[in-house]
Design a protein around this ligand. Structure first.
Ligand code: ARG
Length: 401
């Protein structure tokens, strides 16, 4: 008796997930492997990947174009929540995982599979996101993670695959582990494992080196409606086009690189290089528009919610009950976050230089230092007396000398 009869495997076309196919069948007694490759805007042809899965022994090879849902249902809520894990990483890889988990669970239901599988190892965050996501969506499904158990090195996995006709990678394999989708690239391993080593230029693909960026600044105006980006320089754009276009514009100026040591869910510190040009600038612009349209107390309270939301995404809790509860708060705050933000892009930095909104609560007649000032200066005195009263009383009691 095997661990499962029919399995839907998350498939990327890489060595590890390819080896999973014969491994599941030959070592774990799985009868049928159905693979599922998701297009999340990684800019890779999925046709050859689809064929490769069949060559490796899959009975069925599914390809799902999920780029638009990825942007609208996963990236946009994260932008509305300004999520940055450990204040820096906009979760470009993490956001893809709950969507892939959902596609796996749906395919399992459609094809009558009793388990789903992925090629994650036991050291990363992605296994947590897949396993917890899948369990949340269907607690009756088994989750198989062969690469977590097989104990093979990469070379051993390649040799194992060769026995079943899986070609070893033609190119000299890259020392890096790379994850890529429309939102960004995550690169780790190889020389990057030494935290003191500067990332070689070859690890970047979406952003230019500062030396190669234009010598003139470029301005871009991003329009938002209820916290969702809808236009670039006045042109309304569909979600996927908007992100692609901004990736181009922003990346060209060398903006969007992150080099960080982060704390993984499993307790390991790891060094990751990210490139997320559009996402970073969108969060920056969105946050700025909030400063024009939300009251101080809502903004302040939201910061705490944002922190929790970012951790929830990073830690694989997208389908936990906390998520819709936080969403309810965030969505309520976004009702008035419409308008546009002007960003100046130059030599690796994005600076907000202007913002406007029909819902602006910036009141020029209160803010001005000019003659038409409407603020009641005399009222400040009484306010300050009462505001400072507890401190004054404390001081009268405890002041030394
Ligand atoms: N550290 C990132 C995260 O947990 C990315 C993980 C995948 N990284 C990679 N280079 N394959 O979301």
């Amino acid at each position: 008796m095997g661990r499962a009869k029919r399995v839907v495997l998350a498939y990327s076309g890489g060595v590890d997930t390819s080896v999973c196919i014969p491994y599941l069948m030959n070592e774990w007694g799985v009868e049928e492997v159905i693979t599922l490759a998701a297009d999340l805007g990684q800019g890779e042809e999925l046709g050859p990947i689809q064929k490769k899965a069949l060559k490796c022994g899959a009975v069925e090879s599914l390809v799902e174009d999920a780029t638009e849902v990825f942007v609208t249902d996963y990236a946009f809520p994260a932008i509305q929540a300004n999520t940055l894990y450990e204040n820096r990483y906009p979760l470009s890889t993490a956001l893809a995982r709950p969507l892939i988990a959902k596609l796996l669970v749906e395919a399992a239901a459609k094809y009558g599979a009793d388990a789903v599988a992925h090629g994650c190892t036991g050291k990363g965050n992605d296994q947590v996101r897949f396993d917890v996501g899948i369990t949340a969506l269907n607690p009756n499904l088994k989750v198989l993670a062969p690469a977590r158990e097989w104990g093979m090195s990469r070379e051993e996995a390649i040799t194992y695959g060769e026995k079943f006709g899986i070609e070893s990678p033609v190119k000299k394999s890259s020392p890096y582990s790379i994850d890529r989708n429309l939102l960004g690239r995550s690169v780790e391993a190889g020389p990057l494992e030494d935290p003191m080593v500067e990332p070689p230029e070859e690890v970047f693909a979406m952003t230019k080196a500062i030396a190669d960026t234009p010598d003139e600044a470029e301005y871009v105006e991003i329009g938002f409606e209820k916290g969702i980006p809808i236009s670039v320089n006045g042109n309304k754009l569909a979600p996927v086009a908007l992100i692609s276009q901004l990736n181009e514009i922003v990346g060209k100026h060398g903006i969007g690189r992150i080099d960080m040591i982060e704390n993984r869910v499993v307790g390991i510190k790891s060094r990751e290089i990210y490139e997320t040009p559009a996402l970073l600038v969108l969060i920056q612009a969105h946050r700025d528009l909030e400063s024009l349209t939300l009251t101080a107390d809502v903004t302040g309270y939201k910061r705490g919610i944002e922190q929790t939301y970012g951790e929830l995404i990073y830690k694989g809790l997208w389908y936990s009950p906390l998520k819709p509860a936080l969403d309810a708060f965030i969505q309520q705050t976004q009702e008035t976050v419409s308008g546009s933000v002007r960003v100046k892009l130059f030599k690796g930095s994005a600076v907000i230089v202007g913002r406007q909104s029909a819902n602006s609560i910036y009141a020029p007649d209160l803010a001005t230092y000019g003659a038409d000032d409407q603020f009641d200066h005399k009222a400040a005195e009484g306010f300050i007396y009462i505001w400072g009263l507890p401190t004054r009383v404390w001081s009268e009691k405890h002041r030394k000398g």
